[in-house]
Design a protein. Structure first.
Length: 95
């Protein structure tokens, strides 16, 4: 039963627990990527609706901080999103 409680832990706790790359880790990953013969392109599809629009700008920022650079993101805003949210996400996507 104790193992099942882990599924209910918040995402922020997961980040705190697992997302801990040191400067050395990042440098080593960057070096490995630079030496790679092939870096396959990745396509990330992000769907934004009125329930998730508050996370759109943060998602764009996080995508921009990825160590792997051979990727593109397609962001789909459904009709329930406000123009302000779309504009904010677009500003972050250009950085």
């Amino acid at each position: 039963m104790a193992g099942s409680t882990i599924a209910f832990l918040p995402y922020r706790y997961w980040l705190w627990r697992h997302d801990r790359l040191t400067a050395r880790d990042k440098r080593e990953i960057g070096d490995r990527l630079a030496r790679a013969d092939v870096l396959p392109p990745l396509l990330v599809i992000v769907r934004v609706d009125r329930h998730s629009e508050k996370y759109a700008a943060a998602t764009m920022r996080r995508l921009g901080r990825q160590l792997y650079r051979n990727w593109r993101a397609v962001v789909h805003f459904d009709a329930s999103c406000t123009p302000a949210v779309i504009a904010r996400a677009e500003r972050h996507s250009r950085r």
